[in-house]
Design a protein around this ligand. Sequence first.
Ligand code: SAM
Length: 268
Amino acid sequence: MSNKVHLGHTARKRFGQNFLTNDTIISRIVGAIAPDNDHVMVEIGPGLGAITEPVAESIDNLCVVELDRDLVERLQSHPFLKDKLTIHQGDALQFDFRQLKQAGKKMKVFGNLPYNISTPLMFHLFEFAEEIETMHFMLQKEVVLRLSASPGTKAYGKLTVMAQYYCQVVPVLEVPPSAFTPAPKVDSAVVRLLPFDTKPFPCEDVNVLRHVCTTAFNMRRKTLRNNLKTIFTDEEFSQLNVDSTLRPEQITVEQYVALANLLCQKQA
Ligand code: SAM
């Protein structure tokens, strides 16, 4: 039988379907998620239920967002899960996670994410950070390295700055390709993202921060001064104590926020 068929379902590459099949890894992920009824529990891409089933065992209700209609049908007729799940068929990238809000409860969001959309999905989820208590995601290991990178390293970029603006980022577990069916071509890792209740470096307008980061990291080999010369003068860099002769990956999250806040003031 093809290694793309799992539990009678042929994995669809376009939906990034690599199903978790290693019970030890699944238990460790469920332990990290710590499911409970005090939060709105949300899974992105439940697939054939590898994480869904053990999570649902200890809670009353689990919201899931799944794009593949065939998998949604299977979940709807699953003997145990059908009574536990609130199923949203659709694209998590377009999904308004605020609609899952319940009075007095924050969300715990998790998933073994489709790798082809994981970076835009991270940016989309950051928009709901205030409603979220914890996020646990299986991602390409390289993406986890980018999320958790320190300034001055190759992995440090726009995704790092935006993730660490919103969240504390904690790598949890590395996962080999053999833990999935079909096996992905890359190594994977689980990351925990803990949105800050109070942001260490608050920004007046997060869209401006995103714009500054996009422009700064446009050409990584150039200096900050070169990349941002249409936005900031040399005096403004000095005023903020930002060394503009450095490369974009050498600037801290705090400094990017300071630049964004200055731009907000200039635009006011
Ligand atoms: N959770 C299952 C597991 O661990 O075995 C499946 C994980 S598989 C890597 C990714 C899942 O996300 C698949 O079920 C896939 O159909 C679903 N998916 C893909 N693109 C999606 C999207 N844009 N929105 C929601 N779900 C999506």
